[in-house]
Design a protein around this ligand. Sequence first.
Ligand code: PTJ
Length: 260
Amino acid sequence: MFTLWIPPSHPRRESLLIRERLVEGFKRGLVVPEGLIAHGRGECFDYLIGESTQPFAHRAIEAAIAALLLAKHPVISVNGNTAALVPGEIVELAREVNAKIEVNLFYRTREREEAIAKWLREHGALEVLGVGEDASATIPELFSERRRVSPRGILIADVVLVPLEDGDRTEALRKMGKTVIAIDLNPLSRTARAANITIVDNVVRALPLMVERTREMKKASKSDLEHILRSYDNNKVLQEALRHILSRLSELSQTKLTLL
Ligand code: PTJ
């Protein structure tokens, strides 16, 4: 496999390995070609952020976990890219917060639904919703294939975690009164701006962190979790993400950039 050819000392090794996971996911029929393009867009923003989890993302993660732990029917929505990048962490997080896992695809085909569900089961999922006849309910005002959801999952969910989403669905879910948590490297995307809580970070960093933080936060009282949620301001978090990019670029623009 190509990954064997990336030397340990390669300065972009991590990033190349993540790419390889997506290419593998593409070959397995989990990821669509458009998903590879979407990843490239994400990589660009990750460069701007500095490829590390920033304080604004930590705050959003904390609020997201509070929302998931307080929820009656939490659901983690999974698309091709997320399944390829963090399958084990999705299963672990679902277990920690007692959430359902539902496959929800923009480019929906029965083959992909089943391939993703099988992949998640191989990573420990006991139940995966949203496959075949199970996706029998519809989200009003949504015309993409994402409108089809499970009546036992997203339809009745009060909190939905949507890593790597499209803005339309986030808005439609909000109109249905659901709390939407997005993970999106682009703080300017419609998803990022429409969600209740936006974690501006790479899913490969955010998901493992969420699992770790959930284990700690499960010990907190209900009123502490409610306080975290009440004092969270997504607009401030998005503004901070942009200010972080601005100051980073401003600092970089005054340093020596050439390598040799
Ligand atoms: O698997 P499907 O059929 O549901 O299709 C999935 C894709 C991703 C193709 C579909 O949802 C899509 O077209 O998404 P968009 O509109 O391109 O949005 C993807 C968003 O995710 C963009 O804002 C990217 O910046 C962001 N993104 C890409 N990779 C990552 C990411 N955010 C966090 N972590 C990443 N690794």
